[in-house]
Design a protein. Structure first.
Length: 393
């Protein structure tokens, strides 16, 4: 058999298996079954009308040709102005590259920061694709646990102990997926201090920045003395309910932007023009729909936590931000894969087993708040009923 590239093995990380339940649920749905999907962070709310209207107007104006490889200057400047306003630090268009969503941004950024023989420290549990992104670059992902007993907040001493001469970057995500932890200013500042002391990059995934509940989000770009070693990746996918737009950005030193240009030139050759022009409307003002989305997820999180408190032998982990609730199911005696599979089989509710996100998430399932209240309430009732059946003699 003709061989494939070793890359195919490096991108087939353990996180890829986390989606097996989602795929099984999709097959049931396609067969006509009524399945409540709570696996993927896919917003169910309507996007802001100005963004949609601007996108449609751009299409009707035939803005369907090629666009600048790292984005229209006007959009890059709009992202920079937003960053400067929120962080209190200087940021210009030269710091910004437009990329195909936060996922695409993390991929191209990491490939410019680390390579074969390097190590990237990532607090774990990690989002399912992180392992493959690091693996694709040829670097090695070194994980440091975010422990459930610490509410999944980082241990700075453990991160420091993981640093070696091969370390090139520390990669953080706050608000955190899948745990919902919102790192404190002291925690992020402490990680930044480690980066300065050891001459490391700080890569910060901030796609949930507008969905912080417990405390204000602290953006990495706001940290003093870090402008030459900080890379921030974010997008409009969650905050504006438009993941299909694949509109994200990377903010970093201008030298990084030049390298991103070269990589994007041979990868995407620029994001769609009409998408970029539609996205400009998202930066024209602080849209009320964005604040409403944040309030919506905060309320939904509270609703699910209250309802799932009655699940026998389970423990709800209230999120501090994001659009997920973790349910600790270790008390049921089942592994997360079996719990999720049996829940889907018996109750037609699809949730995501977290074991593939790292050992610190073992025994937890992730429940996406990506359904209207009535569906969430029905899903919670089914989960409670299922847990009760497991507990029955």
């Amino acid at each position: 058999m003709t061989r494939f590239s070793p890359l195919t093995e490096r991108v087939a990380g353990t996180g890829a298996g986390a989606w097996a339940i989602h795929q099984s649920a999709a097959r049931l749905r396609d067969a006509g079954e009524d399945v409540i999907f709570l696996t993927v962070g896919d917003p169910d709310q309507a996007p802001p009308a100005p963004v949609i209207e601007a996108t449609v107007a751009a299409l009707r104006a035939h803005r369907t040709g090629y666009s600048p490889t790292i984005g229209y200057p006007a959009l890059r400047q709009a992202v920079a102005a937003r960053c400067a306003r929120r962080s209190g630090r200087a940021c210009t268009a030269e710091n910004v590259a437009i990329v195909p969503g936060a996922q695409g941004g993390l991929f191209v950024a990491l490939h410019c920061l680390a390579g074969p023989g390097d190590e990237v420290i990532v607090p774990e549990p990690t989002y399912a694709t992180y392992e493959a992104v690091v693996g694709a670059s040829g670097a090695r992902m070194v994980t440091v646990p975010l422990r459930p007993e610490a509410n999944f907040h980082p241990d700075l001493d453990a991160i420091a102990a993981a640093i070696t001469p091969r370390t090139r970057a520390i990669w953080i995500n706050s608000p955190h997926n899948p745990t919902g932890a919102v790192f404190t200013a002291d925690e992020i500042g402490g990680i930044a201090a480690l980066c300065r002391a050891h001459d490391l990059w700080l890569l910060s995934d901030e796609v949930y920045e507008d969905l912080a509940f417990a405390r204000p989000h602290v953006g990495a770009w706001s940290l003093p003395g870090m402008a030459d070693r900080t890379v921030v990746v974010s997008s409009l996918s969650k905050s504006h309910a438009i993941p299909a737009f694949r509109l994200g950005w990377v903010i970093g030193p201008p030298a990084l932007t030049a390298h991103l240009f070269n990589l994007l030139l041979c990868l995407t050759y620029g994001s769609p023009a009409f998408i970029q022009l539609g996205a400009l409307a998202a930066f024209a003002a602080e849209l009320p729909e964005v604040a409403a989305l944040g309030a919506d997820y905060r309320r939904r999180a509270g609703l699910m936590c209250r309802l799932l408190a009655g699940a026998a032998n389970c423990r709800v982990v209230p999120p501090e931000g994001g659009m997920f609730v973790l349910l600790d199911i270790r008390g049921t005696g089942l592994g997360t894969g079996e719990f999720a599979a049996r829940l889907l089989d018996r109750e037609r509710v699809a949730v995501l087993p977290c074991d593939g996100f790292g050992p610190s998430a073992a025994g937890h399932v992730r429940i996406a708040l990506s359904a209207p209240d009535a569906r969430l309430e029905e899903a919670a009732r089914r989960i409670v009923r299922f847990a009760g059946q497991l507990a029955a003699p």
